[in-house]
Design a protein around this ligand. Sequence first.
Ligand code: SAM
Length: 252
Amino acid sequence: MADSNKYPAFFARFYDTIYDQVRDAKDHQYFMNRIFDTTGPILEIGVGTGRLFLDALNKGADIYGIDISPAMFEILKNKLPEKDHHRIEVQDICTFNLDQKFDLIIAPFRVFMHLLTVEDQFKALDRVFAHLNPDGSFIFDLFVPNLKMLHEGLDHVKDFEGEYSPGKKLTRYSSMQADPINQISHVTFKFVWDEDGLEKTEEWKTDLRFFFRYEIEHLIKQSKLKLVNIFGDFQEHELNKQSKEFIVVCKK
Ligand SMILES: C[S@@+](CC[C@H](N)C(=O)[O-])C[C@H]1O[C@@H](n2cnc3c(N)ncnc32)[C@H](O)[C@@H]1O
């Protein structure tokens, strides 16, 4: 697994400031509903800073989490009381090994798009299968490729502007060039923020694998999992021309 997959410390530091604002309204309720429809233990893969995990845990879910990025893990660990530290571990979706099985495994907010090769995608699906109880479910989401955006790319687009603490400004710019043959978006995130009266800047380059509908269907069909449905949004509407998300629901 490439190191460019591991979220750097500055990205982890500002993750909640940005994504509580730009992502939570879209998917939070959906994943809470799936979690509280489940009676047994739940695993969140790519648990990050606990955007969904913490709410679920605080509301009584028996939830566990793994993440490949030590910087994201440390932030979540610092938010958890010591009695719950055993619930989270630094592990890779392609190789993880836990000593229990789950009734629901989720990989919310494009975790699977960090898997650039078919080999890694199958390894991940295999590890998920091995950790599901009979009849357990695996749910993950991916973005539906926007062909116009992939063709044109993005050049230094300001996609967040706000304050990360009172009076301290944070701005993020995103750039993207797509490689259509390998179905990879090369993404650069540039952060600019106020720190001790100075303006600080950091950049992170990472790659995301984009998927098309039938590729997902074939991938799941070739794995040990069973495909239940691919929905087009977090209200579980069928896929249509306007769909921006693939919500992939699988069963053991
Ligand atoms: C966009 S964040 C989503 C975090 C959280 N699930 C949420 O919804 O806010 C993607 C997370 O996946 C993690 N990740 C990326 N590749 C991974 C891998 N191979 N195994 C486990 N986690 C991975 C990243 O470190 C990051 O924390």
